[in-house]
Design a protein around this ligand. Structure first.
Ligand SMILES: [Cu+2]
Length: 511
């Protein structure tokens, strides 16, 4: 059964209300529960997990510099909604099946509040992971305005917890951004894009086995999850009625594995104004936006003079990326529809500024350490594909130990055939370049022989990033400065099926 497109209105997640707010701090409580929600009007209501009874979770909006405390509360059932693979690290039979820990993706946060994968907790904090330290997380939000998101990060079941619905937006605002007069209020809308598949009864489908099942195992992790529908803000193929004016959209790819290359079927431009870490220096007009899992793009779409038009946002990124099949235009090649059918309620005085603000550039010469880190593809004891970072498993001793305040360049040497979105907690980085190299020779000699010129980051990536696409056959170089906190964090591939199966490493910032 193929669900009809554009029959459901785009939901817009509510903005979370604080329990307390005074000039010095803001306090929120966020409950995780299981409930039923309509994800498409032709489907029975679907059992999902969400924050504060909402999937996606409510949007958390904070001001730059605001001190925010959040008590994340697990009120989920003891049995997981989706098939758990007990052979995966941290998800063995010795831990409770349902564990949660929340990470605000892209935020610079003290280590105790960053959502370390082994700092999980169960319902009522009855059981906690070995790295659990506290109930109430603290967010200093000293970063500039940017589009972040929060999601679950529990070791070994992140893919299942996020797929079940545990994700929401976290927006930081500031005065500099306000002065730019960007589209705001009802004309600023977050769009969380995800792929999912459904069983006939409307329940979420997540595979128990890969395409070639592992006979020894009842349930096995899959090397990637590719759904057959697209959802935006928790609805399959929704529509949004818009006025003939400019809108600002915060685009987020919150899928487990699927990459999106978004276009508008009207052929019109997206005016991209921001990357993962906030505003770019100048807006750029682009016909397509590429988003790997966890990447964001802050864009303006101008519907002025398009009264009566229907515009479809499409996707033509192969899945898995880049070697997989192209999406069927009738299904996952479609994302959502904009209908320019609302009357103009007031004159559009918002602008697409020609200049957004200065961006300091991190200089290569300022780096005190260079790390060469491979992305590897090997095979586990069951013959399953096994992706590692620098040939090491999650519980191998820590090898990345940057000094507080120091600048480092990381060479991400991709020896696999997939693009991996590499995410580093705590810091924003800049992409220096990508460069083709001889993979086979590297595997033999462990030396990089470049086979092509250095390719600068795409214009869409020229800003602060926290997730970078490391493409196959390329060395991707990023530069970042570690701080302002010391302590234990993680870096990992954001394909959640990879992250859950060892493609994640701890790192420690030392004094
Ligand atoms: Cu990966």
């Amino acid at each position: 059964m193929i669900l009809s497109k554009f029959v459901d209105k785009l939901p817009i997640p509510p903005v979370l209300k604080p329990c307390r707010k005074d000039p010095f701090h803001t306090y929120y409580k966020v409950n995780m529960t299981e409930f039923k929600q309509s994800l498409h009007s032709e489907l029975n209501d679907t059992t999902v997990w969400g924050y504060e009874g909402s999937y996606p979770g409510p949007t958390i909006e904070v001001e730059s510099g605001e001190k925010v405390f959040i008590k994340w509360i697990n009120n989920l059932p003891a049995k997981h909604l989706l098939p758990v693979d007990y052979t995966v690290h941290g998800a063995h039979m010795d831990v409770p099946e349902v564990r949660t820990v929340v990470h605000v993706h892209g935020a610079s946060v003290e280590p105790e509040s960053d959502g370390y994968p082994e700092a999980w907790f169960t319902k009522g904090f009855k059981q906690v992971g070995p790295y659990y330290t506290k109930k109430v997380y603290r967010y200093d939000n000293y970063m500039r305005a940017c589009t972040l998101w929060y999601h679950d990060h529990a070791l070994g079941i992140t893919r299942l917890n996020v797929y079940a619905g545990l994700a929401g937006f976290y927006l930081i605002r500031d005065q500099q951004e306000r002065l730019l007069n960007l589209p705001c209020g009802p004309y600023e809308i977050p769009l969380m894009i995800q792929d999912k598949s459904f069983n006939k009864d409307g329940s979420l489908f997540y595979p128990k086995q890969p395409e070639k099942p592992i006979p020894q195992l009842e349930t096995s992790i899959v090397p990637e999850f590719i759904g057959n529908t697209n959802l935006v803000n928790g609805k399959v193929w929704p529509y949004l009625k818009v006025e003939p004016r400019k809108y600002r959209f915060r685009l987020l790819n919150a899928s487990n594995t699927r990459f999106y290359r978004l276009k508008l079927d009207s052929g019109q431009f997206f005016y991209q104004i921001g990357t993962d870490g906030g505003l770019m220096e100048y807006p750029i007009g682009v016909k397509e936006i590429m988003l790997a899992p966890a990447e964001r793009a802050d864009v303006i779409i101008d519907f002025t003079n398009l009264e009566g038009k229907n515009i479809i946002m499409t996707n033509d990124a192969p899945a898995p990326f880049p070697g997989g099949a192209s999406p069927n235009p009738n299904t996952v090649g479609t994302v959502m529809q904009f209908r320019v059918t609302l009357p103009l309620s007031s004159i559009d005085t918002s602008v697409i500024p020609s200049y957004l603000g200065s961006l300091p550039k991190l200089r290569e010469q300022s780096a005190s350490k260079i790390r060469y880190l491979t992305l590897d593809d090997i095979t586990d004891q069951y013959g399953r594909e096994w992706m590692l970072l620098d040939g090491k498993r999650w519980d191998a001793p820590i090898t990345e130990n940057p000094k507080l305040g120091s600048t480092e360049i990381w060479y991400l040497i991709n020896l696999t055939t997939d693009t991996h979105p590499i995410h580093i907690h705590l810091v924003d980085f800049q992409i220096l370049d990508r460069r083709a190299f001889d993979v086979e020779r590297f595997k033999k000699e462990r030396v990089i022989h470049y086979t092509g010129p250095s390719i600068p980051p795409e214009p869409q990536e020229r800003g602060w990033k926290d997730t970078v696409r490391a493409n196959p056959n390329q060395v991707t170089r990023i530069i970042m400065r570690f701080g302002p906190y010391t302590g234990l964090y993680v870096w990992h591939c954001h394909i959640l099926e990879h992250e859950d199966y060892e493609m994640m490493r701890p790192f420690v910032v030392i004094r």
